[in-house]
Design a protein around this ligand. Structure first.
Ligand SMILES: NC(=O)c1ccc[n+]([C@@H]2O[C@H](COP(=O)([O-])OP(=O)(O)OC[C@H]3O[C@@H](n4cnc5c(N)ncnc54)[C@H](O)[C@@H]3O)[C@@H](O)[C@H]2O)c1
Length: 476
């Protein structure tokens, strides 16, 4: 409940919490109860008693409540202020115009941080066409706000059907991109299969995530990749921050806000102890969970053990776990045999790129009863209930309140994307059609910019130290 205060009937910022509420307003010692559908109703009813300045406050806040262009703009503005590295790059791009006359096609999670990347590319002279890379991760208000920016077209839509999803990809490809920026490789896949006539105009691409890089490497190994792509995911400035801390914090907060259950003391099963799994385990442990790790790689499993987690097979973990999170980038990690062993009330979720890790299809076809809540589907299997978050899609982005990674980590990842896109424009024509690493100097540039933004300094190697590191003669 929000309050107007007595003196001037001014409002504290009105937020979403008001929607569908009764607003309690003390005015001249009377208490008014106002049923309201949102701040606009309040403005209509009480506009006459609010001072102009206060009305303005109320209107600005009200923009946060709807799925509209203005709320999208406010979200983008919010994100922008925590993205200092991208902001420095934007200033540089605005001067240099590295993308003058260049068309960029993107398939990314269309939310506020992504919009700041798009703005950065446009500041550098690019024409951008963008769509989503997951049917459930788009924020429609941000997509609308992006669409209103000059030189940008956004085709992303939350809740897209498969047909709508590929219609978005086709629209982006219709812009005949010279550079592609992908998250999961659906754009490049479609370009190489359904829209091959456009391949000639592409200089190169960038890929954001582990699964996309896996697919690209498989494609290159099969001799099918026809232009150079930079594996942005694989560089330290991406993996050590985005995958570890980004996925760790955002998946944890999405699970908590969607379910409202306590994490402390729960048996939390993390499938896959890679970069994302490590981050998730660390954050869950920090909240007091008993972390159980399942793995297929013996070295990684041993690492999990020595990091203090319990390690077991999914078959065993299935009957012990309270909360499950898959993050393997693999398929069929939690299936029928596991569901049948789970406790009543077990919560399953996925943080891996595609919705293939938890076998939701089997649950849909075999549950005795299905109850659908916002972001949670409950399946009755015999006498037990299994809850699945966000239909088994990326839990941190596809749950109704999932905001994706924290802004500061996306500042780093998208700074890399921006610099790699510029690198493709400069050098792409001389690169082979293969998967390429991020050049180390670009990775270091992002790290240096971030340290500078944080006001942190580091040491430099002395001449002695350089000579020592390069020598083989000096020993005992
Ligand atoms: N949620 C997000 O926002 C987000 C962010 C970054 C990456 N991702 C996605 O998360 C997934 C994992 O990314 P990563 O960078 O941690 O990859 P990674 O390669 O570092 O780790 C994956 C781990 O899973 C293990 N694994 C594979 N199959 C398994 C199985 N059947 N059972 C148990 N473990 C198994 C591997 O041995 C590996 O240790 C990818 O799909 C990636 O695209 C999601």
């Amino acid at each position: 409940m929000d309050w107007f205060n007595n003196e001037d009937c001014s409002a504290v910022p009105v937020t979403k919490r008001l929607v569908g509420c009764i607003l309690v307003v003390p005015v001249n010692e009377n208490i008014l109860l106002i049923p309201c559908n949102g701040p606009n109703t309040i403005l209509r009813i009480y506009g006459r008693v609010l001072s102009d300045a206060r009305q303005k406050t109320l209107r600005n806040a009200s923009r946060n409540t709807g799925d509209n262009m203005e709320s999208g703009r406010l979200k983008i503005e919010w994100a922008r202020q925590y993205m200092p590295v991208l902001s420095r790059i934007r200033e540089q791009f605005a001067k240099e115009q590295p993308f003058a006359g260049i068309r960029i096609g993107m398939a990314l999670h269309v939310e506020a941080k992504t919009a700041v990347l798009v703005e950065t590319l446009v500041a550098g002279g690019a024409e951008v066409a963008i769509t989503g890379c997951n049917p459930l991760s788009t924020q429609d208000d941000v997509s609308q706000a992006l669409n209103s920016v000059r030189h940008v077209r956004s085709y992303a839509k939350r809740g897209a059907t498969v047909e709508e999803y590929y219609a978005g990809i086709n629209h982006v490809l219709d812009s005949r991109p010279q550079i592609t920026i992908d998250d999961g490789m659906d754009l490049i896949h479609h370009l190489h299969t359904a829209r091959r006539e456009l391949l000639d105009s592409v200089i190169g691409g960038c890929e954001e995530t582990t699964t996309g890089v896996h697919r690209l490497r498989a494609m290159a190994a099969a001799g099918k990749l026809e232009f150079p792509v930079i594996a942005v995911n694989d560089t330290p400035m991406k993996r050590h921050f985005d995958n570890v801390h980004g996925t760790g914090e955002s998946a944890l907060s999405a699970i908590m806000i969607t379910t409202n259950v306590l994490i402390a003391g729960k048996n939390v099963v993390i499938a896959g102890y890679g970069f994302c799994g490590k981050g998730l385990s660390q954050k869950m442990k920090g909240l007091g969970a008993q972390v159980i790790v399942t793995e297929i790689d013996p070295r990684t499993a041993l690492q999990a053990h020595m990091d203090g987690h319990r390690v077991m097979t999914m078959e065993k973990a299935a009957s012990v776990g309270d909360v499950f999170i898959t993050t393997t980038g693999n398929t069929s990690v939690i299936t029928e045999q596991h569901f049948r062993r789970m406790k009543d009330g077990a919560i399953c979720s996925n943080a891996g790129h595609f919705n293939v890790e938890v076998d939701v299809k089997w649950l849909e076809e075999n549950a005795g009863e299905i109850t659908r809540r916002d972001g949670i589907d409950t399946y009755r299997i015999n006498d037990r209930h299994i809850h699945v978050l966000a239909q088994g899609r990326l839990v941190n982005l596809a749950t109704p309140k999932g905001m994706g990674h924290p802004i500061e980590v996306m500042d780093l990842s998208f700074a890399l994307q921006a610099l790699c896109a510029r690198y493709i424009v400069r050098y792409g024509r001389s690169l082979s059609p293969a998967v390429h690493e991020v050049p180390t100097n670009l990775d270091e540039e992002v790290a240096r910019e971030k340290l500078a933004a944080l006001g942190l300094s580091i040491d430099s190697l002395t001449a002695d130290q350089i000579a020592y590191m390069q020598s083989w003669e000096i020993g005992t």
